[in-house]
Design a protein around this ligand. Structure first.
Ligand SMILES: Cc1ncc(COP(=O)(O)O)c(C=O)c1O
Length: 460
């Protein structure tokens, strides 16, 4: 694209600025490349020309090894809904480790208490099981749904990211079909049907044509660009799942404890049969995953009711239910339950922020649109119209490089978010209005620079 060539000029200018500010990160990246594939611990953490190496995080900010301070809009992949490492959560986790043990491998009452709490605050969750990650939680939920219904097919949304579990590792990026990874045989995903998000006709068509065990949907597409569901879509998905005998599974790994304490179900007022949790469920500690739902479904995991392993659905794992993740999660969720008002304030503030972002896009001749719900915000460089699903967000892009340039521009201006391919923000409930203003100012200045650059005038 011609515009991309013009934007590469701006990119080069920004790389010079960034390189001046981050010599130690550059060195760290050179070392990392020798021992970590791609120089990173997870490819989505890569930012070009090299990522800032973060030394520490404090509340809503992170500091890199060169001492640069950034407002953080990535927040540990969205795990830190109350900011980085709230003191009382860390204290509870340390107390659990010191007084109970880091990992027991036996039953403990803390896990029972946390399960009781989750069943109180999350709608339609009568029973839960803990896992070590969101990926695992989705994997076991898929297994359970197949076990319960006796069916094989799973429906998921284009752009829906549920982790790297085989059956769900398709339809995440264009062309929205086939294995998303080398080493994942086609056969392993042959029972997975991918449909566009917010497209009720496509969903009904899939349900009509296949014997579907479960429909997996995020109430707000996360990695797919923070695109909110139209409420009617979720309402209809609920109705159609019932009509066709499939379970409705809400992947609330991001939306859980974020849109509302009870996640997307509470926010949209739509009931799921199974709910998948991750990230914040362990209060910012590793080992973050859980799934839960109706007890008649969850009881298929019960080995007392179903002594024959072949007549029940498996779930387990060495570290599941360890005191550290459980204590941290329980401390966080108890706090949120006592301070539900935070959600109202935060959702109102981020909705207003999103409206102002969108106005900036409008005032600059519509190079972009703001999407999302509550504290999940996407910015999409689709000039012609606002995207309602991941396919539209990708296909309507007017540039292949503008997201990367925007990311570096904001980074140089002290604002950090991932990824550089999709501009989506996952701020916490405790980001301040000053931070919102700072973001808006920096983004406005980016849009001014973009306008100037595309008109062929110098940007510096
Ligand atoms: C909606 C959703 N589901 C599942 C996962 C996978 O979770 P994890 O990375 O903990 O395995 C993610 C991770 O980003 C996610 O956003």
């Amino acid at each position: 694209m011609e515009v991309d060539a013009v934007l590469e000029g701006l990119w080069k200018f920004l790389v010079e600025e960034y390189t001046k500010k981050t010599p130690r990160s550059r060195q760290a990246f050179e070392r990392a490349r020798k021992v970590l594939p791609g120089g990173v611990t997870y490819h989505i953490r890569y930012l070009s020309p090299y990522p800032p190496f973060i030394e520490r995080a404090v509340e809503t900010k992170v500091v890199d090894v060169d001492g640069n301070v950034y407002d953080d809009y990535w927040m540990g992949h969205g795990a830190h809904v109350l900011g980085h490492s709230p003191r009382f959560v860390v204290e509870e986790a340390c107390r659990a480790a010191a007084e109970r043990g880091t990992h027991l491998g036996y039953e403990n009452t803390l896990a029972v208490e946390y399960a009781e709490l989750l069943t109180k605050v999350i709608p339609n969750v009568e029973m839960v099981r803990f896992t070590n990650s969101g990926t695992e939680a989705n994997m076991y939920a898929a297994r359970l749904a197949r076990a319960y219904t006796g069916r094989k097919y799973i429906v998921k949304m284009e752009g829906g990211w549920h982790g790297g579990y085989d059956s769900l590792h398709t339809g995440v990026t264009p062309p929205w079909r086939g294995p998303e990874s080398l080493g994942l045989p086609e056969d392993f995903i042959k029972y997975t049907i991918v449909v566009p998000f917010n497209d009720i006709n496509a969903l009904e068509d899939a349900l009509r044509r296949y014997e579907v065990a479960a429909v997996f949907v995020e109430p707000v597409l996360g990695a797919g660009g923070c695109i909110e569901a139209r409420r009617e879509f979720l309402v209809e998905a609920r109705r159609l799942a019932d009509q066709y005998g499939a379970l409705l599974v809400f992947d609330e790994v991001i939306t859980g404890f974020r849109l509302a304490l009870g996640g997307g179900q509470e926010y949209y007022g739509v009931n799921a049969d199974l709910v998948v949790l991750g990230k914040a469920v362990a209060g910012g500690m590793p080992g973050a995953g859980a799934f839960g739902g109706r007890s008649d479904v969850m009881e298929l995991l019960d080995h007392i009711r179903n002594p024959d392993p072949r007549r029940r659905s498996f779930h387990g794992g060495t570290f599941v239910g360890n005191p550290v993740s459980i204590a941290a999660g329980k401390a966080l969720v108890s706090y949120l339950a006592r301070n539900r008002v935070l959600y109202e304030e935060s959702n109102r503030a981020w909705e207003e922020f999103k409206a102002r972002l969108d106005r900036l896009c409008e005032e600059h001749g519509r190079p972009c649109w703001a999407t999302g719900a509550g504290s999940m915000i996407g910015i999409h460089f689709t000039r012609s119209r606002r995207p309602w699903n991941a396919r539209e967000a990708r296909e309507l892009r007017w540039s292949r490089v503008v997201e990367r340039v925007a990311n570096l521009y904001m980074r140089v201006n002290g604002i950090l978010y991932l990824t550089e391919g999709t501009m989506h923000l996952l701020p916490s409930l405790v980001h301040t209005s000053e931070q919102r203003e700072r973001f808006l100012k920096a983004f406005e200045s980016f849009l001014d620079t973009l306008e100037e650059t595309l008109k062929g005038r110098p940007w510096a």
